[in-house]
Every structure is written in structure tokens, then in C-alpha cells.
Design a protein around this ligand. Structure first.
Ligand SMILES: [Fe+2]
Length: 190
């Protein structure tokens, strides 16, 4: 199984009146990133929500907006902790063409360190030196199904600020689904 799949799906529409959040001034660091949590209907138009429900039998219950300034990158992390990691996300990426996503092999020697993130939940993070690289994706496609319970890092080596709209499955209906099951539900669009 791969860590990501390019999705052949229609583009995402935003609801009327949607604007991108305001970004704070550049903090001068290599880790200048920001994130926000939104309700799905505040970011995705009704037609696109209906498409996922009908075609993939998926209902999203929240979404993140991730911002990474040009030249900056995230730490290595999973989306959650070893006990409760979110397994997958559908990402719509704007201006991130040429950016990279690295996935790393997990090790028993380095279980990761739990740190607070956007919304107050915990995520496990790692130092690059403690893991080995498993796969790199150079983003040349704006719609992706990605695996988020394997250690990963986003590197914005493009010339533009990268915006990612990242949709997460309804926890009661879909969170417990394995990566393989989720990939199957997108079969028609991979
Ligand atoms: Fe992530």
C-alpha cells in the first residue's frame, strides 16, 4: 500500500463568502507554519460535500487549514498519538505545487514525543535523525488522499505560501476504518 493517492475528483468549491484566514507576520524561522480548525460547511460547498457522501460514502466532520510559508517546513509527526492517530485525510492543496511530503518508517527505539497542537490535542513528533525516510511525494497534483498515522513532514520548497485544506472523516463513522478500507472507498477515483 502507498502512503498517498492522487484523486481524480472534481475541484472543491468554497461556500459563498469564504475567505482565507489572516496570517501573522513572518516569524523569521524555518518552521513558520499556522493552522486553523473549521467546520466542513464553512470551507466546502454543498455540492462537494454531497459528492463525497454519494460517491465515496464519506462524511467529514472537521477540516484543518494548514499554512506553510515558502521555504518553511513542519516537524515530523503523526496526526495524533500512537493510541489515537487519525489514519487518513483528503487534502486540497493550493499554491503548493513543488512542495514535498516525506513519510518515515516508525521504529520501536524512538516512539516519538507527545506535543500539543492546534485545538489543544496531542501529536507525536520525532527528530529527523531518529527515523529513516520511507517515501517522498513531490506535490504536482492538488487533490490527494494521504496517510496521516505514519510519521510525515511537509516541506514547502515551492516559491509560494502553501495552503492545504485537509478534511477528516466523521469519527463515529469513519475514524476506525483502516487505511486499506479507506483506499477501497476511493477506488473509483484513484
Ligand atoms: Fe500531519
Amino acid at each position: 500500500m502507498e502512503y498517498f493517492y492522487k484523486l481524480k475528483i472534481p475541484g472543491m468549491g468554497h461556500p459563498p463568502g469564504f475567505t482565507l484566514p489572516e496570517v501573522r507576520p513572518f516569524d523569521g524561522s524555518q518552521a513558520d507554519t499556522d493552522s486553523w480548525i473549521l467546520k466542513v460547511e464553512d470551507l466546502m460547498d454543498k455540492k462537494t460535500i454531497a459528492f463525497f457522501k454519494k460517491e465515496c460514502h464519506l462524511i467529514f466532520d472537521k477540516c484543518y487549514i494548514f499554512f506553510i510559508r515558502a521555504g518553511c517546513s513542519t516537524n515530523i509527526h503523526i496526526d495524533g498519538t500512537a493510541r489515537d492517530a487519525n489514519v487518513w485525510a483528503v487534502n486540497f492543496i493550493q499554491n503548493g505545487i513543488g512542495s514535498k511530503i516525506n513519510w518515515y518508517n516508525k521504529t520501536k527505539v524512538h516512539p516519538g514525543t507527545s506535543e500539543p497542537r492546534c485545538g489543544g490535542s496531542l501529536i507525536d513528533t520525532w527528530e529527523e535523525k531518529d527515523l529513516t525516510l520511507a517515501r517522498t511525494l513531490t506535490v504536482n497534483h492538488d487533490k490527494l488522499l494521504i496517510r496521516t498515522d505514519a510519521p510525515h513532514k511537509v516541506i514547502n520548497c515551492s516559491d509560494n505560501s502553501r495552503w492545504c485544506f485537509s478534511f477528516r472523516g466523521n469519527s463515529r463513522l469513519h475514524k476506525i476504518k483502516s487505511w486499506d478500507e479507506i483506499v477501497k472507498s476511493f477506488k473509483k477515483y484513484i
